[in-house]
Design a protein around this ligand. Structure first.
Ligand SMILES: Nc1ncnc2c1ncn2[C@@H]1O[C@H](COP(=O)(O)OP(=O)(O)O)[C@@H](O)[C@H]1O
Ligand SMILES: [Mg+2]
Length: 254
């Protein structure tokens, strides 16, 4: 039985897609078979982060009742499974979000973890991605607007009876203007699972349509995400351990 782990935030643009795609690659490389699902129904963009070519069957076809979710499963070169969203405007017609829970359950034997890259805010699609979750992880930036919005999402998730595991703080610059770990933990009453630094390599990697953990595994953001993944599965973080896909990328980048 796969665990559905949804990454949510109140505020948009805090790094849900960046973290879910990279965390997905890491969890998968640590032996937890992972499938990542684009829960941004109106504005899907996960495939751009992972460099997925236009895919014939998408989550939108599944939510229209036109396809089985297994036919929308794309395997990224890193081995991570991905259910992309359709990017055309026509894709949005006749979508039935209530098909999501049963569709995800069909992947139970294909994964240990289904990571759902949720939509921002508290709209219909964001709420649905919380509703289908076994566990919820909140992403925030270390500033008051994002932490305030994160608190709303935490409360809603608890109202839905979900296990809110903790919070990932992204784009940490370590300057005096930002909230400290202690302040964030006190405001949200949640443990910080990981802190990802502000890192220009993330922007470069998105431009290259590649997860930063593959694009530049020793960059500060990659190291933090690799440590986060290891912590989540209860393994000690090791600097080494690059797989075949990584070796290929390193070779291509020479
Ligand atoms: N750790 C980081 N360092 C630098 N830039 C980042 C970092 N995380 C995210 N970004 C930037 O923020 C943008 C928004 O991130 P994204 O993952 O798309 O957020 P969300 O999915 O929450 O809307 C990315 O396109 C990237 O440019
Ligand atoms: Mg996103």
């Amino acid at each position: 039985m796969a665990r559905v782990v949804t990454l949510v935030s109140g505020k948009g643009g805090v790094g849900k897609t960046t973290i879910s795609s990279n965390l997905g690659v890491i969890l998968n490389s640590l032996g937890k078979k992972t499938i990542i699902v684009d829960g941004n129904i109106t504005t899907p963009n996960l495939s751009f982060h992972l460099g997925v070519p236009l895919y014939p069957v998408t989550l939108h076809d599944v939510l229209k009742g036109k396809a089985n979710i297994k036919d929308a499963l794309y395997i990224h070169p890193s081995g991570l499974g991905l259910i992309p969203g359709g990017i055309g405007i026509d894709d949005l017609e006749d979508i039935d979000l209530s098909k999501l829970p049963n569709s995800l359950r069909k992947l139970d034997n294909d994964a240990d973890i289904i990571l759902l890259d949720g939509a921002a805010g508290l709209g219909k699609e964001a709420l649905k991605s919380i509703e289908v979750a076994d566990d919820v992880i909140i992403i925030t930036n270390p500033d008051l607007p994002s932490v305030t919005e994160a608190l709303k999402v935490k409360k809603i998730s608890e109202e839905y009876g979900k296990n809110v595991v903790g919070v990932i703080v992204n784009r940490v610059k370590r300057n005096k203007a930002e909230l400290t770990s202690e302040e964030i933990e006190n405001m949200l009453e949640l443990p910080i699972l990981g802190k990802i630094p502000e890192d220009p390599t993330v922007i470069k990697s998105i431009h290259m349509k590649m997860p930063v953990v593959n694009f530049s595994p020793y960059s500060p953001s990659s190291m933090a995400i690799r440590k986060l993944g290891a912590d989540l599965v209860g393994e000690e973080f090791r600097m080494g351990g690059v797989g075949f896909f990584q070796k290929l990328i390193n070779w291509l980048r020479k």
